[in-house]
Write a new protein. Structure first.
Length: 81
């Protein structure tokens, strides 16, 4: 089962996350199918990029979405309006 979730790539005490599609059973820093964007929680201005077309494609093809990604998608849509 595929899931859209965060993959941590930052250094110690400086988190940075890639938004990826990966197998649900894989370790959080394991192989992924596709990179869909990034999220930087340290920056005050929202430093987030989501490829909404690809995310919607994976959702339509049966991928589940984590809680944090749902939250980021909602905020990303509100900022673009």
């Amino acid at each position: 089962m595929l899931t859209v979730r965060l993959k941590r790539v930052g250094r110690k005490k400086k988190p940075f996350y890639n938004i990826v599609v990966m197998e649900k059973s894989f370790y959080i820093n394991g192989k992924y199918v596709e990179n869909l964007g990034y999220f930087d929680p340290i920056k005050k201005n929202s430093n987030t990029y989501l490829n909404m077309d690809r995310i919607n494609f994976w959702i339509k093809n049966g991928a589940t979405v984590s809680k944090k990604i749902k939250f980021l998608m909602k905020n990303y849509e509100d900022e673009k309006i």
